[in-house]
Ligand binder design. Structure first.
Ligand code: FBP
Ligand code: MG
Ligand code: MG
Length: 347
């Protein structure tokens, strides 16, 4: 008889790894699990209910908001508000941080940064989408929570995770002690441990990037792409190209099979497209915890200084040896793109 361990049971069991834990983080992860199930319910029947298409408004990134973006955003904000452990929500869909009223949760000490619905361009076409979350502890509990509590670097994350709404729905997360995956069993409405101690192969044979942007790619990425497509049986090249266009789904596949995901800077977007606080940092934390590597082509993403809630970052995430390889090409062919804090001696 196979033993089922639910997310809730697993979280409580792991609490012993944190001697000072009082269950607040456990309850916060529970709240994220609850909102994910509600979003999953709508995603699964998206064509049958009025949840496809756009609402007619734009978010601060100039992207037209999909109905499911807004629905998911509302579900996570309300679950985090009701749950009582969160004092600030930073969301892709809200320009400003959402300060949770301290009367409702006077002792709340966690900040949650969230991409409520990732892969919005795939919603209406029944292709996997996701949710990405990142959790920080307040810098101090004196007085109300402040903006600086939400502007912490990725190294300060206490937990991060994603939910992929695909052929099955999975929640994958880390608290800095490895990565574990849970599959939603609709018959009991529970996320059940299905992928314990996930680890990313050091080498992979899949590359994921939007080749439609090739002409705008930095020289280093162009050279790496050619390297991936060259014939060389001894290194299993050419690699396979796979690109879903939902960061969560592309990274989930690469996490399981090995591979590299790249969303580089381009001439028109010098910091790329993807957002550091609720896409780059949480996915980097998970990839590193699974034994992969996460950089902006030159430097560890988690060490990137967070200056604003919606800042963007070039993204190079994946199997360690593949990311090291593309970094070689970046240093050789476009050292001028290196962030100013990267020493010239490192180039
Ligand atoms: O269509 P493009 O330019 O390849 O961009 C796809 C990328 O944009 C995203 O959809 C951005 O995320 P959102 O859908 O949350 O805005 C990523 O999931 C994906 O990796
Ligand atoms: Mg996204
Ligand atoms: Mg989104």
């Amino acid at each position: 008889m196979s033993v089922v361990k639910t997310l809730g049971q697993f979280i409580i069991e792991k609490q012993k790894d944190f001697p000072y834990a009082k269950g607040e983080l456990s309850r916060l992860l529970r709240d994220i699990g609850i909102a994910s199930k509600i979003v999953n319910r709508e995603v699964n029947k998206a064509g049958l209910v009025d949840i496809l298409g756009e609402v007619g408004t734009q978010n601060s990134h100039g992207e037209s908001q999909k109905k499911l973006d807004v629905f998911a955003n509302e579900q996570f904000i309300s679950a985090l508000t009701v749950g009582g452990e969160c004092c600030i929500v930073v969301s892709e869909e809200n320009d400003e941080p959402i300060y949770i009223n301290s009367e409702v949760s006077p002792n709340a000490k966690y900040i949650v940064a969230i991409d409520p619905l990732d892969g919005s361009s795939n919603i209406d076409v029944n292709v996997s989408v996701g949710t990405i979350f990142s959790i920080y502890r307040r810098l101090s509990t004196d007085g109300p929570a402040q903006l600086k509590d939400a502007l912490q670097n990725g190294t300060e994350q206490v937990a991060a995770g994603y939910v992929v709404y695909g052929s099955s729905t999975m929640l994958v997360y880390t608290t800095g002690k490895g990565v574990n995956g849970f599959t939603l069993d609709p018959s009991i409405g529970e996320f059940c441990l299905s992928h314990p101690d996930m680890s990313m192969p050091k080498d992979g044979y899949i590359y994921s990037l939007n080749e439609g942007n090739y002409v705008h790619f930095p020289q280093g990425v162009k050279k790496y792409l050619k390297y991936c497509q060259e014939e060389d049986a001894s290194t299993n090249r050419p690699y396979s190209s796979r690109y879903i266009g939902s960061m969560v789904a592309d990274l989930h596949r690469n996490l399981l099979k090995g591979g590299i995901f790249i969303y580089p800077s381009t001439a028109s977007a010098p910091n790329g497209k993807l957002r550091l606080v609720y896409e780059g940092n949480p996915m980097a934390f998970i990839i590193e915890q699974a034994g992969g590597r996460a950089t902006n082509g030159f430097k560890r993403i988690l060490d990137t200084e967070v200056e604003s809630l919606h800042q963007r970052s070039p993204i190079f995430l994946g199997s360690e040896n593949m990311v090291l390889k593309v970094e070689e090409f970046m240093r050789e062919y476009c050292p001028e793109l290196a962030p100013k804090e990267v020493e010239s001696s490192e180039l």
